[in-house]
Write a new protein. Structure first.
Length: 329
């Protein structure tokens, strides 16, 4: 990258970033200027650290770009909004090939393109001299289109719990990669490039969803966020989850590794599915599957149970934690 220089790198990245439909001023100035049709801006940030969130020997540069964008765009969708733009902060060793960084930009642009979104700005820096890792900090912006934001705190007793998207596929692919394999390709691809159900977020908001969350940390953990923030107990149906989500490569890989694929469905993150609650009798939009129900919190306090068993006990029985721990080992 040293041959290209910072501004040369920025020029190459911008050339691959596309143009945001709502941008009046895009990359290259001191700041971007975006139109906000709704009058409100939805914003979120995720940080991806090489070695923790991605590995360059497992994923291509384009894969990393797709994954970094998806992690943020899914959070925008989980609020019931549509993505409009990304801001990207990059710290990397000076030896990082410019072609690799261009690939990351290409992946981000491809993930954003269906919404008319794009990278509209950011910053670059050399990482610390003793660091060999790439760090990406991505901020996504979105527009609610007149909808009320769907938060984590609106679930009420009597609501139904539903999921849109895939569960456990990324965790399954990670298990494959950790054992030195690259097949089945469907599992590995799911880990490298998640496929969040972006349209399902605004559709859920339009259908009256009372709470919603991106399952980046795993179903048990993120349904737990809904339960805690709403002060309720969420009951999940294990048979329904097994029938609806233990599909594709999950049974095959679990059989080969001697595990239970339901563990990936319940605790695997990074598929960026959406979990939401809907009022009783609500017509769920296409792509949403009912997996449980919301109840008054009992003496144990708010939380999640599967077939009546607390989430932590279920995860332990399956040999898993309840979900991703950001400051874990």
């Amino acid at each position: 990258m040293g041959v290209v220089g910072e501004f040369g790198l920025i020029a190459r990245v911008v050339a691959r970033s596309g143009t945001a439909a709502l941008a009046e001023v895009g990359p290259g100035d001191d700041a971007a200027v975006l139109r906000t049709p709704d009058g409100r801006v939805v914003a979120c940030t995720d940080v991806l650290v090489e070695g923790r969130h991605f590995r360059r020997d497992w994923s291509s540069a384009e894969d990393v770009g797709h994954k970094a964008a998806a992690a943020n765009l899914a959070d925008i969708a989980a609020m019931g909004a549509v993505p409009t733009a990304l801001l990207v902060g990059l710290a990397c060793p000076s030896s990082t090939p410019a072609a690799w960084l261009e690939g990351v930009a290409t992946g981000m642009a491809e993930e954003c393109a269906p919404f008319g979104a794009a990278v509209v700005g950011g910053d670059t820096s050399a990482s610390a001299p003793d660091s060999a890792s790439v760090v990406l900090s991505v901020t996504a912006l979105g527009d609610l289109g007149g909808r009320a934001p769907v938060t984590r705190s609106g679930a009420r007793p009597g609501d139904v719990v539903a999921v849109a998207g895939r569960l456990g596929w990324s965790a399954c692919g990670l298990a494959v990669l950790r054992r030195g394999f690259t097949a089945p390709a469907a599992a590995v691809s799911a880990h490298r490039r998640p496929r969040p159900p972006y349209a399902a977020g605004p559709a859920a908001a339009d259908a009256g969803a009372t709470s919603m969350c991106d399952t980046s940390d795993g179903l048990l953990a993120d349904a737990g966020h809904l339960a805690e923030d709403s002060g309720v107990r969420i009951e999940l149906d294990g048979e329904v989850l097994r029938a609806a989500f233990v599909v594709g490569p999950l049974p095959q890989v679990a059989a080969a590794l001697g595990g239970d694929p339901l563990g990936w469905v319940l605790t695997g993150g990074e598929d960026h599915a959406l979990v939401a609650t809907f009022p009783p009798g609500a017509q769920l939009p296409a792509g949403w599957t009912t997996i449980g129900s919301v109840h008054d919190s009992d003496e144990g306090g708010p939380g999640v149970r599967v077939d009546g068993v607390p989430a932590a006990a279920v995860a332990a029985e399956l040999g898993e934690g309840t979900g991703h721990v950001h400051f874990g080992g």
